[in-house]
Ligand binder design. Structure first.
Ligand code: FUB
Length: 342
């Protein structure tokens, strides 16, 4: 079994980026809690973030813990549960995007800023207006939109504890915005039944002037079944989006990857636009020890790596996880494969 990358803390949900020639990892910082395990994820009661870096990944060496980068008590709008973060850089400013519950218990997405990739980060006074749910992931793209030369897209969403199912909108198709919040969907519920399409993750371009407001209405991403060309069915739990959005781009193709939650797969789908639609393409990781699975994909020195987590270091305790990394490969058709093509 691949050893954990970090062993002195429990870490999860690794978002990896190459900044200044080094790999920086932005994970959740898991901690012990006496909160009883439930399907709402209350036991995932994290209260700060650490940032890690390494100059070498093969093998991983000299992983530096840069210490606490942000604490929940320093986020004016947040009450608890600092879940899976991501980071981005633009014009020399480093941004940490993170979900937390607001003072009313509703998950929102916030941003914090720093002048170095390792922080410390200072949170904006309020969450991103119009944001909701969990698991932000940001792609800074190289295809201009108007005068925005490097548009930054925020992907987000997560079912059940992540509350995405509360934003189905008036027509029930999952294209709701923040104002359609329906608390009656809180808990382990999601659309189901004959003809029901799976809920989609969300995407929105960030305002280039501040990287902390939305430049447009939030859109729902469609993930299509290749055999029908139609959205994946709500009851197709082996392939439907649950949480843990990640976007990477290779050879001009957008790879949207995600966790299927209760079936514990990491899957990916591809498309030609950052907004989708994306066509389901396959799995990139089988179930790991523990309930959750979450990841990022990064290119470093011409090779591609999958950062992910499992609960092996804690002996299988689902909310005490550890970040791992493995190399991934692509075949000539662009499928992600675990061995290099001969
Ligand atoms: O770490 C808390 C939550 O668990 C994340 O936000 C989800 O993606 C899952 O990994």
């Amino acid at each position: 079994m691949v050893p954990p990358l970090i062993t002195h803390l429990y870490t999860a949900d690794p978002s990896a980026h190459v900044f200044n020639g080094k790999i920086y990892v932005y994970p959740s910082h898991d901690r012990e809690s006496d909160i009883e395990f439930n399907d709402n994820g209350d036991q995932y009661d994290m209260n700060d973030y650490h940032v890690f870096s390494t100059p070498s990944i093969d093998p991983p060496a000299l992983v530096t813990d840069h210490g606490v980068a942000l604490r929940v008590e320093d986020v004016p709008w947040a009450s608890k549960q600092l879940w899976a973060p991501d980071a981005a850089v633009r014009d020399g400013v480093y941004y940490l995007y993170f979900p937390a519950r607001d003072k009313d218990g509703i998950f929102r997405i916030g941003v914090a800023r720093a002048d170095k990739p390792e922080g410390p980060f200072k949170a904006d006074p309020d969450y991103i207006p119009g944001s909701y749910s969990i698991d932000p992931a940001v792609l800074v793209d190289d295809v201009a939109v108007g005068d925005d030369a490097t548009p930054a897209y925020l992907y987000f969403g997560g079912l059940w504890g992540g509350q995405l199912q509360c934003y189905q909108g008036p027509d029930g198709r999952g294209d709701g915005n923040a104002e359609t919040y329906d608390a009656s969907w809180l808990g382990p519920k999601e659309p189901s039944g004959e003809g029901a399409a799976a809920m989609g993750p969300r995407v929105v371009r960030l305002n280039p002037a501040d990287m902390g407001t939305l430049a447009e209405p939030v859109r729902t991403i469609q993930i299509l079944a290749p055999e029908t060309g139609k959205p994946i069915a709500a009851d197709d739990h082996d392939r439907r989006f649950f949480e843990a959005a990640w976007m990477h781009k290779r050879n001009g193709l957008y790879y949207f990857s995600y966790s299927t939650g209760d079936t514990h797969y990491l899957c990916y789908a591809t498309g030609t636009s950052p907004y989708g639609p994306f066509t389901y393409r396959g799995r990139m990781l089988e179930p790991v020890v523990g309930w959750t699975t979450h990841h990022s994909v990064v290119e470093f020195e011409g090779r591609w790596y999958l950062f992910h987590h499992d609960s092996s270091l804690s002996g299988g305790v689902s909310h005490l996880r550890s970040v791992k990394v493995k190399e991934i490969f692509y075949n000539a058709a662009g499928d992600i494969v675990s061995e290099p093509e001969a």
